[in-house]
Write a protein that binds this ligand. Structure first.
Ligand SMILES: NC(=O)c1ccc[n+]([C@@H]2O[C@H](COP(=O)([O-])OP(=O)(O)OC[C@H]3O[C@@H](n4cnc5c(N)ncnc54)[C@H](O)[C@@H]3O)[C@@H](O)[C@H]2O)c1
Length: 331
């Protein structure tokens, strides 16, 4: 018997989720939910599945076993509450919530949930980060002294999220999550500074620098910026360096394994996250969705649990407090 899945929010990421479910033989993409009438009509045509406008109605459909919630960051809480009410298995796109208060409520609601609940931190399914975690666990790299992480991207991103999110919980949270995972101990304090220039009129940050100190004394220096020019050659200019007592591990910037140079432009297309080969999606998002279905079908524990997603949001909250107060803050 197939697992019937619904995708809620058919924007950029919801579309990739739906395309991934379509390629898994054990899964039926049973429904999609989209508020925008034009997009919903396109989805009905393209996927030939049931379509809903209202996610409350969608989640009340007893045929649906599992859902991807792919709504804007500030809408996660209520959608998860309804999904829990109707007993669905849930893959929620990161972050757990935009605000700490909503994240805490979702943590309390789902920590003992008897269905699968996981949050889509896709770098946990990326070979580069998984290989570093394995080397740390095997003690091949010794103890962490410090980590530097950068995640910069073009200004097209924030323009789509005006009013719904900001740089810390939308972008930097990816690095916060895997650094928490690498450290294997609690973050204790944060000092952060940010600037709003090109995005000031929207009350959003252009750039954030944050230094996070961990219980083991190790420090992480995080940098995120999402105001690079629109014609940047890559959608994600990311880098990570982990310096340890026994060496250093690098995740290289811009190295996507492919580069196009033409008279018009230089381009490094994404080859890690949601790239398509022979019309089918591949990359860490695919692995994440396969992992979710494996949990639903075989009762496995998810790679990312709600406690970890909540911890990442606590660091985000400390970054926001530190920027506001202009001093180091504790978690
Ligand atoms: N894992 C990643 O790397 C990654 C990358 C980008 C976005 N995301 C996350 O994915 C989520 C969605 O981001 P996106 O870039 O796809 O945004 P988006 O704006 O492209 O898509 C959101 C969709 O939800 C729809 N929507 C809004 N309100 C709705 C409602 N009440 N009912 C039904 N549909 C509704 C919108 O019309 C839109 O189509 C966010 O939480 C974001 O943080 C994750």
């Amino acid at each position: 018997m197939s697992i019937k899945v619904a995708v809620i929010g058919m924007g950029q990421m919801g579309t990739h989720h739906a395309n991934n479910y379509r390629k898994i033989p054990q899964v039926e993409l049973y429904a999609c939910c989209e508020w925008n009438d034009k997009r919903r009509a396109e989805v009905a045509e393209e996927y030939g599945c049931k379509v809903f406008k209202d996610y409350k109605e969608c989640l009340a459909d007893p045929e649906i076993d599992a859902v991807s919630i792919v709504l804007p960051d500030n809408m996660h809480r209520e959608a998860v509450e309804y999904a829990v009410k109707y007993g669905k298995h849930i893959l929620l796109e990161k972050p757990l919530a935009k605000e700490l208060e909503d994240g805490k409520a979702l943590y309390e609601l789902t920590k003992d949930y008897d269905k699968v609940f996981t949050v889509g931190f896709l770098l946990r399914y990326d070979y580069r980060f998984a290989a570093i975690k394995e080397a740390l666990e095997k003690k091949e790299l010794g103890d962490i002294i410090h980590i530097y992480a950068r995640r910069n991207s073009p200004i097209v991103g924030p323009r789509r999220y005006i009013g719904a999110s900001d740089l810390s919980m939308h972008v930097m949270i990816h690095d916060i999550d895997y650094i928490n995972w690498f450290m294997g101990c609690k973050p204790v304090s944060v000092f952060a500074k940010g600037r709003s220039v090109l995005l000031a009129e929207h009350n959003m940050k252009d750039v954030i620098y944050a230094i996070v100190t961990y219980e083991n004394g190790a420090i992480a220096n995080l940098e995120a910026c999402w105001v690079l020019p629109e014609n940047s050659p890559t959608i994600i200019d990311d880098r990570c360096e982990i310096v340890t007592t026994n060496g250093v591990a690098y995740v290289e910037p811009c190295d996507k394994g492919i580069k196009f140079v033409t008279p018009q432009k230089i381009l490094y297309p994404d080859s890690r996250h949601w790239n398509y080969v022979n019309g089918l999606p591949q990359g860490d998002l695919s692995e994440e969705i396969m992992g979710f279905i494996n949990c639903v079908a075989n009762g496995k524990k998810p790679v990312v649990n709600v406690g970890e997603a909540y911890l990442a949001l606590q660091v985000v909250d400390a970054i926001e407090r530190s920027m506001k107060e202009g001093k180091e803050v504790t978690l």
